[in-house]
Design a protein around this ligand. Sequence first.
Ligand code: DGL
Length: 292
Amino acid sequence: MRIDLMAGATTASVARDLTPVPTILVFDSGLGGLTVLEQVRRARPDATYVYAADDAAFPYGRLSEATLVDRVLVVMERLLAVHAPDLVVVACNTASTLVLPALRQRFATPFVGVVPPIKPATEATRSRVITLLATPGTVARAYTHELIETYAGACDVTLVGAPNLAGFAEAELAGLPIDDAALAAEIAPCFVTLDDGRRTDVVCLACTHYPLLLARFQALAPWPVTWIDPAPAIARRVTQLLGPASRLPFDREAPVLGAFTGGSGLTGPLRHSLALRGVLEIAVESMPLSLQ
Ligand code: DGL
């Protein structure tokens, strides 16, 4: 029997209104995960959000694999205890390509990871010359090499482990723009011309920090290429797991809680940039990194 609880409401809409609002925690070493947060918020604007940055240990790209696994497990345990999210997005390629199995083994919360978008790159390329632009850590991962073997056997793949780009992206967000020459030097190895004349036509942005610099990359590229940002695919994965939004549209102003493990870089200009992305309230819980 159907019971209308509100005049004019359909059973489906009533059911959705009674569904509890999920809490989604988006996690990164620093500010790169903001590019993923934005896409996930667009897909699920009705959810409650925590943006967690392990800035005390930034950049993850320089940590050894053993140190990184230990670190993410310790920080995640704390974040899960404090925020009790329904789902965690590990918005960091450097961590996801290594730590997801350990996270899933240790915790019952569902995790969605961000991994290098090799498969979409092979679908987008015409020249079959593609570049993976990532942190040195992601470029070194066995997981990354397996992805390339599985999906990109028919392509020439250039791996570029950029030592400074994540830091540059953080500086830009904090109102300290990086000059063109420094940025151009970091992306120069992405652009390859082979002996047969074929050249790179797709670059995978395999670090969540890099889409923050996309307009600069486009302006500095020696020729136009397709830049692939995996964030929209991550947002689709989140809605597959949690279901569609019960409320639209996306409100950029809806507040997100920022949880930082260091906080030393939280200057006035950075707080302003964070506020423009909805991160209005910031909590710092000190978790210094001890490097064994
Ligand atoms: N945002 C991170 C990624 O997607 C990494 C930046 C870093 O901490 O090195 O790989």
